[in-house]
Design a protein around this ligand. Structure first.
Ligand code: ATP
Ligand code: MG
Length: 870
């Protein structure tokens, strides 16, 4: 059965059990302060489990794009080496939000695998939680009894807390789980070693395929457990592993999820899969990683140097490096796989098809630049090897190469071993650990439990219509980190504060606590559907009613910038073409930033046209039309641009200004006229095919023009109020060039005259024609002079001192005959005498110069020079 059908069977099955089928949520999380990537199917539903949002549907099923490369779930180092862990994979899941529990979850999982997919019962095992004393939890008898009705008892295995108790994080919802494992070894192997003994033992053909989690508890900050008010089911089945079972193969990479990619890598790199372990690993790494990177880019996460972007860059670099070393590919080629991938997966995940060109270009550019890094690194490593005495290369040096230049450490080790050298790995690890500790110490955040004052699950946001209101604190907690110190997070029953999201910064403001005293709200963010206000202090009487006030000026400026962002987006698509797509945006009160796909630098005329386009809409005073809580389809019918990343079932908000319609949760001006004026301040490239525009509006543009105007008038003033300042400056530049030329000529003449005078001053000491003198010449003039005198006077030892802008210089010329016969060395002379002018220098035996900070030392230096010939 093809993978496409297997996915469909799963979804159809749960639809028949009254589940609502929803599309995958994005793999890259844009607005979640606790997580960078979706790493399990339950992530999009977190807030339901936390009880912070009520589910619209109680039964849901989906396939979710997951990425396990950072944080709690990090499989990166396994990927490629084994045959069943991926960076990006699909997790099939069915969910019950306070609806069915263990019995149905177990029965349906079994029905799907055994009755629908017809997987042989005799290759299945299940695990049940054995209990944990420290949590005062007993054996999961319930789950055991439900399983016993379906499977023979000797196939039910007890599992410990590590494998069979699932937790979302250090705190939060958790519960026992039951896993389903498959044993796909041959009958012969099964006869030799019983499958039961291989469960959870990292055997590549005895693997977990499905985990049924029964969410019953909440883990508190002190480590204790409390029962959740409702019980939920969260299941996750590895899609690629299921395909392996269904397609009767021994590795995920032999399923049709991967074979088209592997054939393509074989063809491009002229390597064959299945012949050599190192080559196989490299091919697996590349076919896996291209999926992760392509999906991340499709979700709007470009490779970069920080945060989630850096994680993506590292994945891609790992693939490039495997290709470079084991498949001998020194040129970009991974980008070529995107076509095959989008054919293979683009049907179910249309974002891959839609963004194919961008994904291809970005990957190609990254490959190019990392291959350059690798080349440079190889040269640096060569240098390190040459400077190493013995056969062990310092771990510190290797760390530098790794840390500063991004040169992979395993590549360093490999190259060294090829040269019969070794790496001091323990020193390397010490450096690595030090660096990790540094960043860990900066990032550690301690979070206390919520103190719930009023049990009010849904906090109402009223900030589209109001900037102040009376509020009550419903819950609060303390968080401490090295970076921000101690802060309190406050949640209100309702709030006018806009939480950071959709690219727009969070509101600031204050709450009035008692007779005029205020506590400032420093920022507002959203976490698992709660709007959290950050404050330095708690009010004394925490249960009072407070007046909460948003900083109106900041909010207004932010509104202007947000609306201007929409108009800018529209302008770019009108003027440059519909290939322009938003790739990121940041709306602050001071300015706005908009990243978009486009393949060349905008010309001055284009920028002007874009500004004019936006400003003409500002001048037309177009009123805001806002559509709150409308179904997605209605918004699309109105012409709003479809974005990936909306959650299923969510109603949306559409923002319209004339022909500009966008799905947007942000805040906007009432009328484009409020923006007053729009001005682009910069345009640049941030990645291959991605441009960035930074712009300002309103007051900020006034400041911008005032400042430019001030500078202009100052320049005019300097130019004695010239009527045509551009011409005045050009004239000055021209005059400057011609004066420089004249000075050169004059200096040459001066040197000529000087030469005549100087020759008369030469003294003969011990057969050496000696001349030491302080002169008023520049370096070039002095060098010419020295060589000219040298041509005329044999056996010359000439040393000159110069003083220029408080700096001292020494120039020494010694005839070649003296260098050879008397063993004199101009380089040595200036090095030694250079000390007297507090400086240093060098050069050749017959000509050298030194520079220093102490002109007062020149006389002594010239005096001392005589000693060389005595
Ligand atoms: P494993 O022990 O095999 O790493 P896990 O305990 O980490 O699995 P869960 O977190 O329970 O797995 O995830 C649910 C299911 O997702 C697993 O049963 C498995 O089929 C699949 N899965 C987990 N991690 C990966 C991965 N890195 N690549 C592919 N599938 C995975
Ligand atoms: Mg795992």
């Amino acid at each position: 059965m093809k993978s496409q059908q297997i996915r469909k069977q799963f979804l159809d099955f749960f639809e028949s059990k009254n589940h609502v089928i929803v599309p995958s949520f994005p793999m890259v999380l844009k607005n979640d302060p606790t997580l960078m990537f979706t790493n399990a199917g339950m992530v999009p539903f977190k807030e339901y489990f936390l009880g912070q949002k009520n589910a619209t549907d109680k039964r849901v099923a989906d396939t979710q794009k997951c990425l396990r490369v950072s944080g709690k779930h990090n499989d990166l180092e396994e990927v490629g080496k084994d045959t069943y862990h991926h960076t990006m994979f699909e997790m099939l899941g069915n969910w019950s939000f306070g609806d069915y529990f263990k019995q149905d979850a177990i029965a349906w999982a079994w029905e799907f695998l055994v009755d629908v997919l017809k997987i042989d019962k005799d290759c299945l095992y299940v695990t049940v939680f054995e209990g944990a004393e420290e949590d005062k939890l007993g054996f999961d008898q319930e789950a055991f009894d439900f399983w016993k009705a379906l499977i023979s008892e000797d196939r039910i295995i007890n599992g410990n807390k590590k494998d069979n108790f699932w937790e979302m994080g250090a705190q939060g919802p958790c519960g026992p789980c039951s896993e389903i494992h498959v044993d796909i070894r041959s009958a012969e192997e099964k006869a030799k070693v019983p499958g039961k003994s291989l469960i959870n033992k990292d055997h590549p053909q005895v693997v977990e395929i499905w985990n049924l989690v029964f969410m019953e508890f909440n883990r508190k900050a002190d480590g204790s457990l409390e029962k959740l008010p409702f019980q939920h089911v969260d299941t996750g089945m590895g899609f690629e592993r299921l395909c392996m079972v269904m397609q009767n193969v021994q590795s995920n990479y032999d399923t049709d999820c991967f074979t088209p990619l592997i054939r393509e890598v074989e063809a491009i790199t002229e390597n064959e899969y299945g012949k050599n372990e190192e080559i196989d690993i490299a091919i697996r790494v590349i076919s896996d990683h291209v999926r992760a990177v392509a999906f991340a880019i499709a979700d709007g996460q470009l490779p970069s140097n920080t945060g989630a972007g850096y994680v993506i860059r590292r994945i891609l670099r790992r693939a490039i490096r495997y290709g470079f070393t084991f498949l001998d590919k020194k040129e970009p080629f991974i980008y070529k796989l995107v076509t095959t991938l989008s054919k293979q997966m683009g049907e179910y995940f249309p974002e891959l098809k839609a963004q194919k060109n961008l994904i291809t270009n970005v990957i190609k550019e990254e490959e190019n630049s990392f291959l350059r890094t690798l080349e440079q690194g190889l040269i640096l490593l060569d240098g390190i090897i040459k400077n190493t005495q013995g056969t062990e290369v310092s771990g510190k040096k290797a760390f530098e190469l790794f840390d500063t230049y991004g040169f992979p450490i395993d590549l360093t080790a490999l190259i060294l071993s090829e040269k019969n050298m070794t790496l001091n790995e323990s020193d390397f690890n010490i450096e690595l650990e030090k660096q990790k500790n540094r960043s860990r110490a900066a990032a550690v955040v301690e979070t206390d439990d919520w103190v719930v004052l009023i049990d009010d699950a849904e906090e109402e946001f009223i900030g589209y219509d109001n900037l102040e209101t009376k509020v009550k604190i419903t819950r609060y907690r303390k968080v401490s980190s090295k970076k921000d110190g101690e802060l309190y997070q406050l949640v209100f029953n309702m709030t006018p504060f806009y939480p950071e999201g959709g690219g727009q910064s969070g509101d600031k403001g204050y709450i009035e606590v008692d007779n005029g005293n205020v506590i400032y709200i420093l920022n507002t963010k959203k976490e698992n559907n709660l709007i959290i206000h950050f404050a330095k202090h708690l009010p004394k009487n925490i249960t009072h009613v407070f007046k909460a006030v948003v900083d109106e000026k900041q909010r207004f400026r932010t509104n202007c910038n947000h609306t201007a962002t929409h108009l800018l987006h529209q302008a770019l698509r009108e003027i440059l073409g519909t290939h322009v797509e938003q790739k990121g945006s940041a709306v602050h009160s001071k300015n706005l930033r908009f990243d978009f796909s486009h393949f060349s630098k905008l010309t001055v005329d284009e920028l002007r046209e874009v500004e004019d386009y936006v400003n003409s809409r500002v001048e037309s005073k177009i009123p805001l039309e806002e559509f709150r809580n409308i179904p997605m389809q209605t918004a699309l019918d109105k012409g709003a641009m479809a974005l990936f990343g909306e959650k299923y079932g969510d109603t949306v908000r559409a923002i319209q200004f004339g022909n500009s319609i966008e799905l947007c949760g942000g805040t906007h001006v009432e009328n484009t006229g409020d923006i007053w004026h729009f001005k682009i301040v910069s345009e640049s490239a941030i990645a291959s095919g991605i441009r960035r525009i930074e712009a300002i509006t309103g007051d900020a543009t006034k400041d911008y023009y005032f400042e430019n105007n001030r500078v202009f008038f100052e320049i005019k003033d300097i130019l004695k109020n010239s009527k045509n300042p551009q011409k005045a400056i050009l004239d000055l530049q021209e005059e400057n060039t011609s004066l420089k030329k004249q000075i050169e000529v004059l200096l040459k003449d001066k040197a000529k005259n000087l030469k005549g005078d100087l020759i008369t001053e030469v003294e003969t000491i011990n057969g050496v024609n000696f001349l030491a003198k302080k002169l008023d010449l520049d370096a070039g003039g002095l060098k010419d002079l020295a060589f000219e005198i040298g041509n005329q006077v044999d056996n010359l030892f000439f040393i000159a001192g110069t003083e220029n802008n408080g700096k001292a210089g020494l120039t020494c010329y010694i005839s070649k005959s003296l260098v050879e016969e008397k063993n004199l060395n101009a380089g040595q002379v200036v090095r030694e005498l250079g000390k007297l002018i507090q400086g240093g220098g060098g050069g050749q035996p017959f000509f050298a110069t030194a520079g220093g900070k102490k002109p007062e030392g020149i006389a002594e230096a010239l005096e001392k020079a005589k000693e060389y010939i005595k």
